[in-house]
Every structure is written in structure tokens, then in C-alpha cells.
Design a protein around this ligand. Structure first.
Ligand SMILES: *Cc1c(COP(=O)(O)O)cnc(C)c1O
Length: 436
């Protein structure tokens, strides 16, 4: 059974103190405990580092918590780099795994000393033109093409993926970089998203370790790290098997000892860039049931919509829903749980068996801690929600306030009509305050 990490009473306390639904809430205790387990799983590797994929949950408070647990930041844009820098993840604490990268982002990343992960062979020239010189340490992203299989079948099709360099390009890139003074090399690859098998990292590791041995032999370069990137999955559905990070760490260790150690490469550091696995299960979207509609199907309308959590609309992804206070009630009703966008895919659940829902009930949408808030957008003029952090001692704080109409209008050009809009937005805020 999936259980909320926070009580109904705590959620009511948060709402009562002035944080309106919808909002995302994060569980600091869960994030820390899981991060420690990740460190433990790879503690056999001296240089191990998890670079948290900032895009999964780009809030500096969360980045700081993970940094305190030894994690760096994996960035792919200017603002992500800025956040990583602000929490002190400068130098090799940041990995810049970008693609189609503008010059100014390479310059910023280089200035903060981040490790640069080149997505394409043409990026060698782009980087050189932008920055002027190569750093001592660099990484290249590899795409093996074809299909990627583990024991239980095809996991994904790298041949269809836009990322990384071919085998041949990778060898060439390492040669060019070496000739240009790069002394330490890393290999990176990301082949599967949300992999729920303990075999994914070990299989990927084996592939990259064998490649590293070849590269060392042929190019004579010093490979100092292998970056297994992200993709380790979480069980979104109740009853789905969960990944066992300790087993995964052991699987990678086995491949390391079989392939790298005999090749005299026992000093290679293992890096990861997990996002989903680090924060996914430790976040939830809290929303209130505000309408019930019965036509051909039974709908529960909530005050959140796909702009707060896009995964169901975009990928048909399953997110479990608990009705707070009714966790043990029988599942008697079949509902579509929907948001208010003018898009018929704005459904958090389709034909879901749930307890009978009454208006005002609080729904807890599970596993939104990664690729939840961060994929948010403003379609239909909907505003982004607040983010709340639940601390280990049960206290909580707002780590991002909800957007207001003023935020939404703030980027318009300063035409006369803009002043009317702002006056309207300011007035709306005062009305709201008067009501309280
Ligand atoms: C998205 C991404 C990650 C994180 O992926 P998860 O599936 O959240 O683990 C890591 N590295 C890169 C380069 C990414 O694009």
C-alpha cells in the first residue's frame, strides 16, 4: 500500500495558515534517508558522487539538503547552473550535461569550474570558440545506438535518441581533446528513463567500462570517471517492484571488478545523475476536490491541473491518489479526477477506483517529487503553485510561494494597457486579503 508521508492534520494546518491548495509538499526526512542509502550503495567506490539532476526538482532548498548529504548538481541550462552555484556547488560539484548548448552557458559553466559533458563532437569546436581553452578534465556523452536490452526485454531505443556521440565519434573526440591538452576524461551515457530493474545500471556500467578499456588502449587517455547518469526508476503504482539501490550498487561493483580492475583502471570514479530516484517518492501534490460532475462518466474536479503536474497528461503516467482521511475507506466509486484546463488530457486519473469523494476532500497525489512542479507551465493563464518542505521534526516551511497574477503579467512590455492590468492584479490581491 502507498501511504502519504504527511498526516491529514498537518495538511489542514498548512492550509489554515494561509497556503492555498494546490501545492507540492516534500519530505526532508525521506530525501535525506534515501540519499544516505545511495551513498552507502556506492561507498565501495572512493570517488563516487551523485550529481542530483536539478531539472527534477529545481529548488535551492532541496539542492542544499542534497548537498549536505554529499550530492553535487547536474545542470543543463543557465538558470540551473546559477542555482547550483548559489548553493555552493561550484567546481567539480557541478556536472554540466547539456545539449544544443548556447555559448554563454558554456562560458558560465566554465567560469564556475563545472565539469563539462559534451553531447556532440561538434561541441568541441563550439566550446573552444566560446571559452577559448579546454579544462584539464572533460566528459563526452555516448550513444550506442540500436536497442538496449536487459534480461527482461528491450528497455529503450538509443538509436532513436538525439543525445550523445556514436562510437566512432567518441574515439575521435577523445583524440582531439587529448591533443588539445585535456588530461582527464569521463564517459557519460543515459539510455533508459524510469528503469524499474536492478539490472539497468550494472548493464550500462558493463557497456561503459568495456568502452573505457578500449578508449584507454586505443587513445591512451586517462579515464578518471564513468557517469551512469540518471534513469533509475521508482514504483509509481502500488505493488510495482521497487529498485533496490544497494543491489544496484553491488551490481555495478561486480562489473567494475570484472572489467576495470583487471585493466589497471581501479581508480575510476563512478558518478550518477539521478533525479527521479532521489526525490520522486518524497513529494506529493495536494489538491482539493471542488466539483463533481456526472455525465457519461463521473468526474471529480480538483483545484490542481496539468500545469502543476504534467506527467499524466503528457505520458499517460500513473500517479497514485489518496483521499486524506479516507485511506482505509472501501474503493466504491470509479472516477476521472480532472483539472480545469481546456484540454481533455487534463486528467490526473482515468477510471480510478477511489473512496466516495465529497466536495472539500483533500486529495494527495503521490510521487510528484521529481519532474512534477518542475515541468510546470502557464497554459490557460494558470499559475504555478507553492512548494512546502516538511522538516524532520514535523515543522514546515514554504520554500516557494504560489505565483500571483502580477507574476504572470510581469514580463509584458510596458504598454499603457499593462498599467491597467497591474492595477487589476493589485486590486485582486487586496480583495483577497480583505476576505481573510
Ligand atoms: C533527466 C536527466 C537526468 C535525470 O534523470 P532521472 O530519470 O530523473 O533520473 C540525468 N542526467 C541527464 C543528462 C538528464 O537529462
Amino acid at each position: 500500500m502507498k501511504k502519504p508521508f504527511v498526516t491529514k492534520e498537518k495538511i489542514e494546518e498548512i492550509i489554515k495558515s494561509g497556503v492555498p491548495t494546490p501545492f507540492h509538499i516534500y519530505d526532508e526526512k525521506g530525501i535525506r534517508e534515501n540519499a544516505r542509502l545511495v551513498q552507502q550503495a556506492f561507498s565501495w567506490n572512493e570517488g563516487f558522487r551523485e550529481y542530483f539532476a536539478v531539472k527534477a526538482e529545481p529548488n535551492p532548498v532541496i539542492l542544499k539538503i542534497l548537498q549536505e548529504e554529499g550530492c553535487g548538481s547536474d545542470c543543463s541550462s543557465l538558470t540551473e547552473l546559477m542555482m547550483a552555484k548559489a548553493v555552493g556547488n561550484t567546481g567539480e560539484m557541478t556536472m554540466f550535461s547539456s545539449n544544443e548548448t548556447p555559448d554563454e552557458e558554456y562560458i558560465f559553466a566554465s567560469d564556475m569550474g563545472a565539469i563539462i559533458n559534451l553531447d556532440d563532437i561538434t561541441m568541441i569546436d563550439s566550446y573552444a570558440n566560446a571559452v577559448g581553452k579546454f579544462p584539464k578534465k572533460m566528459c563526452c556523452r555516448f550513444n550506442p545506438g540500436g536497442v538496449f536490452k536487459v534480461s527482461n526485454g528491450i528497455m529503450d531505443t538509443p538509436g532513436e535518441s538525439k543525445y550523445g556521440m556514436t562510437d566512432e565519434q567518441l574515439f575521435k573526440a577523445f583524440k582531439i581533446l587529448k591533443e588539445n591538452g585535456v588530461e582527464e576524461f569521463g564517459i557519460h551515457s543515459f539510455l533508459v528513463s524510469n528503469a524499474v530493474t536492478n539490472d539497468y545500471y550494472p548493464m550500462l556500467a558493463k557497456l561503459l567500462f568495456e568502452l573505457a578499456v578500449e578508449l584507454k588502449k586505443e587513445v591512451g587517455c586517462h579515464i578518471t570517471f564513468i557517469n551512469l547518469s540518471g534513469g533509475v526508476g521508482i514504483p509509481y503504482k502500488p505493488g510495482d517492484p521497487a529498485n533496490d539501490i544497494l543491489k544496484i550498487g553491488e551490481g555495478v561493483r561486480k562489473a567494475y571488478e570484472e572489467i576495470l580492475v583487471p585493466a589497471g583502471m581501479g581508480d575510476v570514479a563512478i558518478f550518477t545523475e539521478m533525479g527521479r530516484f532521489m526525490t520522486g517518492p518524497y513529494g506529493a501534490l495536494v489538491t482539493t476536490a471542488i466539483h463533481e460532475k456526472n455525465i457519461m462518466k463521473h468526474y471529480i474536479g480538483v483545484d490542481a491541473c496539468a500545469v502543476n503536474l504534467m506527467r499524466p497528461a503528457m505520458y499517460g503516467a500513473y500517479h497514485h491518489i489518496s483521499v486524506l482521511g479516507k485511506e482505509d475507506s472501501p474503493l466504491t466509486n470509479i472516477y476521472d479526477v480532472v483539472g480545469g484546463l481546456c484540454e481533455n488530457n487534463d486528467k490526473f486519473a482515468i477510471d480510478r477506483m477511489l473512496p466516495k469523494i465529497d466536495m472539500g476532500d483533500i486529495l494527495y497525489i503521490h510521487d510528484t517529487g521529481a519532474h512534477g512542479f518542475s515541468m510546470g507551465y502557464n497554459y490557460n493563464g494558470k499559475l504555478r503553485s507553492a512548494e512546502v518542505l516538511l522538516h524532520e521534526d514535523g515543522s514546515w516551511e514554504v520554500i516557494r510561494r504560489a505565483e500571483t497574477p502580477n507574476d504572470y503579467f510581469a514580463t509584458f512590455s510596458n504598454l499603457p494597457i499593462y498599467r491597467d492590468l497591474i492595477a487589476e492584479a493589485d486590486g485582486w490581491k487586496q480583495e483577497e486579503q480583505k476576505e481573510k
